[in-house]
Design a protein around this ligand. Structure first.
Ligand code: TYD
Ligand code: MG
Length: 452
């Protein structure tokens, strides 16, 4: 019989301790240790320890041309993955329940199965449910091996027999390992199951996609170690009630991080959105106050988004600053800059800011657009619908340049905008087909607006 021993695993960071303690000494989290029985058996050692001795290889002798990426059937997904699925890579894809992870991956595996041996392991749904979904997606004839199983040892054993080239596991939280006594989905189980699957993927060169649940804060459930173990971490996100879905790469060993892919959910599954600026921009014919068009940059692509602001009279005690799709702290900072350098006082106002379409803008190029939208709402003066804005704002009220200025202007021009208010240092040297108004200070940008 396998020898068992008790260990205590931190639910927050996954660190293992031999004794119970109130606070995890690794991450400092209180009350996070849970007891787990760990059976040391032959197979668990083969997964967790290095079994083969590796010898050093010279870098120039490696032949990277043989790494062949295969298309997932969706160009948008391929782009987020850095050019397609890589054999032997492990991708973790997280998202809220019902966002469409299973739908997307069933479409992907059905498409890939035309040229590769493919397997879809489900621990969440019955095979009938998957067949129904496949019918809805019009892929019921695809040559995919479906496997309904939750014990990871059995999964790996079956996979060895099928020897797939592409594998989907839906989801990692439903799997459990016989070697641990803790419940499926617990930190120890997640680590162990992921470790076994990662080892399988590397040993047999299988392109593996793991589905992961997210917590209510929107991060992948389970320890951060899960994210360290895999090659790529993708998040599937959407605005509440919207048909549009955004796939974002948070980590990618085979491509750029923060790359975005856009999809729209229809009656028969996902379609990709090739011109995403159209989603985020509601081109109104009449200008309304509190709205500015920003050209943002997401890794390799420029995107036009509408930034909205609402400045309202504050009736309660403390004025509120709420931001959706952008950082609330940044909003507070920009309001302070507007107060100090443009003498606009928001102390008796609530200020709300929003990026339309459920996108999260994380770059500082949004600063100028946020400020102009806020001032537009405050003064009830609309910004012309033909104007785009981008630029970072410093604490001294200066407008600082941002990367990819020319690419952003080109995107604006492509969508028919004819004026841009941008940092002076981003003004292109040559003449371009859009009127460019370079500004060095926030006050100049506000003046440029009133000239519209
Ligand atoms: P699902 O893929 O089950 O989500 P997840 O695996 O992330 O939990 O998606 C289910 C939702 O998608 C459900 O609300 C129905 C909707 N849906 C469509 O709108 N069109 C479709 O073609 C399919 C298959 C699902
Ligand atoms: Mg699902």
């Amino acid at each position: 019989m396998a020898k068992t021993k008790n260990i205590y695993i931190c639910d927050s960071c996954g660190a293992q301790h031999f004794k119970w303690q109130g606070q995890c000494s690794d991450c400092g989290e209180w009350n996070a240790l849970s007891e787990s029985k760990f059976a040391r058996s032959r197979s668990s050692q083969s997964v967790l320890s290095v079994t083969q001795k590796a010898t050093p290889t010279s870098l120039d002798s490696l032949d990277i041309t043989r790494v062949e990426r295969s298309s997932s059937g969706f160009l948008e997904l391929d782009r987020v993955l850095g050019g397609g699925l890589v054999p032997g890579s492990v991708v973790l894809i997280g998202g809220d329940p019902g966002i469409g992870k299973s739908t997307l991956l069933l479409s992907v595996i059905a498409c890939v199965s035309q040229s590769k041996q493919s397997c879809y392991v489900t621990g969440e749904e019955s095979l009938d449910q998957i067949a129904l979904r496949a019918k809805r997606l019009n892929v019921e004839k695809a040559q995919v091996q479906l496997h309904s199983e939750t014990c990871v040892e059995n999964v790996v054993e079956t996979l060895r027999k099928i020897s797939p080239q592409v594998l989907v596991i839906d989801s990692i939280q439903t799997l459990y390992s016989e070697q641990l006594s803790s419940a499926p989905g617990s930190v120890a189980q997640l680590r162990e199951c992921a470790a076994q699957l990662v080892r399988f993927a590397k040993d047999f060169n299988v392109a593996t996609i793991l589905v992961g649940h997210v917590t209510k804060e929107g991060v992948l459930a389970g320890p951060r170690v899960l994210e360290h173990m895999v090659d790529t971490v993708l998040y599937f996100e959407s605005d509440l009630g919207s048909r549009f879905r955004i796939l974002r790469s948070a980590k990618n060993r085979f491509g750029a991080a923060n790359e975005l892919g856009f999809f729209v959910m229809g009656e028969d599954g996902f379609k990709e959105v090739t011109s995403p600026s159209a989603i985020f921009l509601s081109r109104k014919t009449d200008a309304v106050s509190g709205s500015a068009t920003l050209v943002t940059r997401e890794s390799s692509r420029s995107l036009l988004v509408e930034v909205q602001a609402l400045v309202d009279t504050n009736l309660g005690a403390a004025p509120r600053r709420l931001a959706h799709g952008l950082d609330a702290q940044r909003l507070a900072l920009l309001l302070a800059v507007l107060h100090r350098h443009s003498k606009i006082d928001f102390s008796s106002n609530d200020v709300f800011a929003n990026v339309v379409g459920g996108l999260r803008v994380v770059e500082t190029a949004e600063d100028l657009a946020v400020c102009l939208a806020v001032v537009s709402s405050y003064s009830e003066k609309p910004i012309s619908t033909n104007v785009v804005v981008f630029g970072e704002i410093g604490l001294t009220g200066e407008v600082r340049p941002v990367p990819f200025g020319e690419e952003r202007l080109a995107e604006a021009q492509k969508h028919g905008f004819n004026k841009a208010i941008i940092p002076m240092a981003n003004v292109p040297k040559g003449k371009i087909g859009i009127e460019v108004c370079g500004v060095e200070k926030l006050s100049e940008a506000l003046e440029a607006l009133t000239r519209n």
